[in-house]
Design a protein around this ligand. Structure first.
Ligand code: G3H
Ligand code: 13P
Ligand code: ZN
Length: 307
């Protein structure tokens, strides 16, 4: 099955009130765990690659891993650049064969974000590639960009931004943030804002970044086996499911995959102090990724049985 763009998956997700997972990939076990989950759940998938992942694995390795996944599946799969920081990175991955890119100009002044996004849209659309843009700023770390405070997306500006740039989907800030420490108090998302954005941009796919739920059982498991992760808190699953029933068509998840892998490996090491073959603990980690992604598809995204 060749790579696909998100066009058809988002059209159906929008119409039927579910979302597609944007899962971050960094190595073979993560790719395989996600692909196994997609096959078991009969769900489309978006595999996304950050600048850090490209640096860690190398673009050629990532592309070849995804090619291997495609050669052994019938699932629709998108290969997406996560948080492209400039035109050059977007161009490189488009030339390398990605079917979707994110140009993240959210750290720039509004007019500069528009100009940069338009430039990427022109290059990408000439080559049949999808473009996700971002307006508003999430608190926390976005690749190399650190934003102390979140700036929620202005709905009127979002509508204007989409019209002026021609981007295909838009990441917005309504209260989520990257990483494992999302809320110090009560977790809440600004659904009124999301509703207004949806009304001003009918049929247009919205993206939610920073959407891990940081399941307590995995925080507890990691801590029980020597981790020091305290006070971690994510977005409650019910809030994400509600967003997926609205205009949100893509929900990004990275932290929860990291947590599942790390907690599982810590437990494995504690329970098997005599094992030192990486295939043993990486098999357990791959299974943990698969189960985490299955759980997301069923309980958060609602994308089971949609192919
Ligand atoms: O949005 C950030 C993603 O979780 C990717 O993180 O830059 O550490 O690969 P990374
Ligand atoms: P989390 O850190 O909540 O998993 O978000 C990941 C993300 O938004 C990747 O772009
Ligand atoms: Zn993100």
């Amino acid at each position: 099955m060749p790579l696909t763009t998100p066009k058809e998956m988002f059209a159906r997700a929008y119409a039927e009130g579910f979302a597609i997972g944007g899962f971050n990939v960094n190595n073979m076990e993560i790719v395989q765990g996600i692909m196994e989950a997609g096959a078991l759940e009969k769900s489309p998938l978006i595999l996304q690659v950050s600048a850090g992942a490209r640096k860690y694995a190398g673009q050629t390795y990532i592309i070849k891993l995804v090619e291997a996944a495609l050669a052994t599946t019938d699932l629709p799969v998108v290969l997406h650049l996560d948080h492209g920081q400039n035109f050059e990175i977007c161009k490189e991955v488009i030339d390398g064969g990605f079917s979707s890119v994110m140009i993240d100009g959210s750290h720039l002044p509004y007019e500069e974000n528009i100009a940069l996004t338009k430039r990427v849209v022109e290059y990408a659309h000439d080559r049949g590639v999808w473009v996700e843009a971002e307006l508003g700023r999430l608190a926390g770390v976005e690749d190399d960009v650190q934003a102390a405070e979140s700036i929620y997306t202005d709905p009127d500006q979002a509508a204007e931004f989409v019209g002026r740039t021609g981007c295909d989907s838009l990441a917005i800030a309504i209260g989520t943030s990257h990483g494992a420490y999302k809320f110090s108090g009560e977790a809440r998302l600004d659904f009124d804002r999301l509703e207004k954005i949806g009304r001003l941009l009918p049929g247009f796919p919205i993206v939610l970044h920073g959407a891990s739920s940081v399941p307590q059982e995995f925080v507890d498991m990691a801590n029980a086996y020597g981790a020091q992760i305290s006070g971690a808190k994510g977005v409650p699953e019910a809030l994400l499911r509600k967003a997926a029933r609205m205009a949100v068509c893509k929900i990004n998840i990275d932290t929860d995959l990291r947590l599942a892998m790390t907690a599982t490996i810590r437990k494995y090491f504690a329970e098997h102090p005599d094992h030192f073959d990486p295939r043993q603990y990486l098999s357990a980690a791959r299974d943990a990724v698969r189960e985490m992604v299955r759980h997301k598809i069923r309980n958060v995204l609602g994308s089971s049985n949609t192919i």
